[in-house]
Design a protein around this ligand. Structure first.
Ligand SMILES: *Cc1c(COP(=O)(O)O)cnc(C)c1O
Length: 432
């Protein structure tokens, strides 16, 4: 496999873009080597600058749930673009989008569109603070809620990948209001509530975590958080940027049967364009400007091209609920294949999975929170990553990321992936 063009592009990028990339994990820093520059993608396949083909398990970190360059989505974008790409004034399409989200996602009385998951989480937190008149909030170690200042404390994902402990540029004043505790640990949450009674505006959580690999909530955990929030007058925010419209049409709230007060969206909601949203109960959402005084705005919020890409994607998902079943069936097949490959090569491994989210940790212990994810043999993952890449399988370049399946994947693609995993595990001598 030749990657000369990617290598020379990376070299060129280094002279004009910090680290050669516009988002850190793309740089392959933890797995090592040169990132591939992608030229195009179709269905389940990515093509790099040297024309190598890869089966894609990133799906742009989630959005490409239907596969790349999905016909109806591309057609809708093309048509919409002819009518101009932005107005900065309201359009009917924004109402269609909001109504569709109301229909699909539980507990969304009102929804505001933004341009990224970061903006969605940042705005939801500001709203929870404005609504409750409290400053502090609880987040969980290893959960990522975008790169707004308040969230960059024990934030999993890219920070964990690059081993960044504290982030220069975040003031002590900001981080003192961010309380953290381990995922799936209820006593730790109760301890924080006790120590900061009446000061906590919100608990924000990835209902299924995807930024320390894929980690499931322990049975009853989210329900317990729900009860604690009601008891303490705290806003429960589900960060569904990964899970929304992916685990099911109604996201984790629907799949797991737990209600949030506010929900944030990103990734799938934009169908591959820059879109985020936050929404929730009217009682809280009515505090957002211009209804209320909690300010939030965006020049390109509700942008027509972004809206049509998102709307078309969501509508396809709503009209074809079988897609979720198909995705899950494929993911279970992959899960079983990976587990088998690991057993065969004598490699201790944990494959966590829910719906079309899945990840592989080289661990002998269950992986249920950030410390167990970090205690896995991530050196082994890095070698596995490259062994897979050489075989044309494009996994997220970090053990701290969930893989995302897209529905263009065929049984043949999955078999190739499992075959590649079997070979890769043997090649890296993982069982020894
Ligand atoms: C990706 C992600 C975000 C941030 O979204 P961006 O669009 O990258 O700003 C927030 N929360 C979760 C759970 C995410 O996975």
């Amino acid at each position: 496999m030749y990657t000369e063009k990617s290598q020379s592009l990376f070299e060129r990028a280094g002279h004009c873009i910090p680290g050669g990339v516009n988002s850190p994990v793309r740089a392959f820093k933890s797995v090592g080597g040169t990132p591939l520059f992608i030229k195009k993608a179709k269905g389940a396949y990515l093509y790099d600058a040297d024309n190598n083909a890869y089966i894609d398990y990133i799906a742009s970190w989630g959005p490409m749930i239907l596969g790349h360059a999905h016909g109806p989505v591309i057609e809708a974008i093309r048509e919409k673009a002819l009518e101009s790409t932005s107005y900065g004034a309201p359009t009917e399409l924004e109402i269609d989008m909001a109504e569709l989200i109301q229909d699909m996602a539980p507990n969304v009385d009102l929804v505001r569109m933004v341009s990224s998951g970061t903006e969605a989480c940042m705005s939801a937190l500001r709203l929870a603070r404005g609504y409750t008149g409290r400053n502090k909030f609880i987040k969980f170690e290893g959960c990522y809620h975008g790169h707004a200042d308040a969230f960059l404390v024990k934030a999993g994902s890219g920070l964990a990948t690059l081993d960044i402990q504290t982030v220069p540029g975040i003031t002590g004043g900001v981080s003192q209001d961010t309380l953290t505790c381990p995922y799936n640990d209820l006593a730790a949450v109760e301890g924080l509530l006790e120590a900061h009674r009446g000061e906590i505006a919100a608990i924000i959580i990835e209902p299924v975590a995807g930024n320390m690999g894929c980690i499931l909530p322990a049975p009853g955990y989210l329900e317990s958080l729900r009860h604690l929030c009601i008891r303490e007058g705290i806003v429960l925010i589900f960060d569904e940027v990964m899970t929304g419209f992916r685990l099911s049409a109604g996201g984790a709230q629907q799949t797991l049967g737990v209600d949030a007060d506010l929900v944030t969206f990103g990734k799938v909601i934009g169908g591959g364009l820059p879109v985020g949203a936050f929404g929730g109960k009217k009682e809280i959402m009515k505090h957002i400007a211009p209804l209320g005084n909690v300010y939030q705005a965006g020049t390109l919020s509700g942008n027509p091209i972004a809206m049509i890409a998102g709307y078309t994607t969501l509508k396809i998902l709503q009209d074809n609920p079988d897609i979720y079943h198909e995705l899950e069936t494929k993911t279970l097949y992959l899960r079983d294949g990976l587990r088998h490959a690991c057993r065969q090569s004598g490699t201790p491994a944990v494959v966590n999975q829910l719906g079309s989210m899945i990840s592989l940790h080289f661990s002998e212990q269950p992986v249920t929170n950030f410390s167990s994810a970090a205690a896995s043999r991530n050196d082994l993952f890095n070698r596995f990553f490259h062994a897979m890449l050489r075989r044309g399988i494009y996994l997220p370049p970090s053990a701290f990321e969930s893989w995302f399946l897209n529905n263009a994947l065929t049984r043949e693609d999955l078999d190739r992936t499992i075959g590649a995993a079997t070979e890769s595990l043997l090649e890296i001598g993982a069982g020894n």
